[in-house]
Ligand binder design. Sequence first.
Ligand code: DP6
Length: 340
Amino acid sequence: MSVITCVAPVNIAVIKYWGKRNEELILPLNDSISATLNVEYMRAKTTVMASPTFKENKIWLNGKEESFENPRLQHCMKELKQRARKNTDVVNWNIHVCSENNFPTAAGLASSAAGYACFVYAIAQLYGVEGDITAIARRGSGSACRSIYGGWVQWHVGKSDDGSDSFATQIAGVSHWPEMRILTLVVNSSRKKCSSTDGMRRSIATSSLLKYRVDHVVKDRVEGIIRAIKEKDFKAFAEITMKDSNQFHAICSDTYPPLSYVNEVSRRIIELIHAYNELRGTTKVAYTFDAGPNACLYLLEEDVPEVVALIQYVFPSDTERVEYFKGLPINPGSLSDELK
Ligand code: DP6
């Protein structure tokens, strides 16, 4: 019997991935960029056991057994087996996988990203896979490829039809911008109505704004935000982050029938952040929303106490469904440093 346990954190995109050019291979329409959170906060933890006595492969997610026949799982397994160290028996044994998240699953908080990154990393360790595994994690869930690395990460769109050049790389490590913090405001922790996968499919079929974004907007934003991260220019970073989140949700509205992931509380958070930035005379905080109403705020450490106080004042937790992730502030952390 061979056993391994790994942890992988979620990542929060500042340039969004929305839309695939190849569904089966999970090849995106554009580059995307994110920061990976500290592994202690929002993370998936996965234990993989392999044994010659196991009769079949099995997987439990948050205590509930799921099908191992899931095509995305199967794609990851196939690629991991192809890349396994040649002289290992473990590859021929069946496995039992237990994975749990310490935060709400499928609530637009990048749970699949952490889950698949963890799954692929753990099995890669078990099979002795060497080299880049981000393209394998991508086969599980596109955004998962970015959770393989800590710090600031770019998922490259790639040009090839086989997906071999669509992988993730680190732009900068955690220590590059140590003052950066992320606050996650959980507005609603229930499952989203339309999954990212289905939402993207519908946007591709119906949104002309999505096409405009891919052809005319994202490239400049990617260049601009990489420059802002490298130069630690918070104002430029924050403005691109907010604009990209807003454009993503505009595409959701432009989709037919429309996708509405943000809600009234999310919109109040957006207004509050703009009012706060105006009051402070410069851009101090950036918001971003994935496929759900929960806000992620990027800000610098020195501004955390004031912003937390403001949020608590405007959204007292007994009257509004805004919670704070336990243990905030959250520091973009490193996966590779902290994997066990
Ligand atoms: C809005 O990676 O969950 O969070 O590849 O279909 O599994 P699939 O989608 P997924 O989509 C994430 C979309 C997003 C933006 C982002 O993280 O870049």
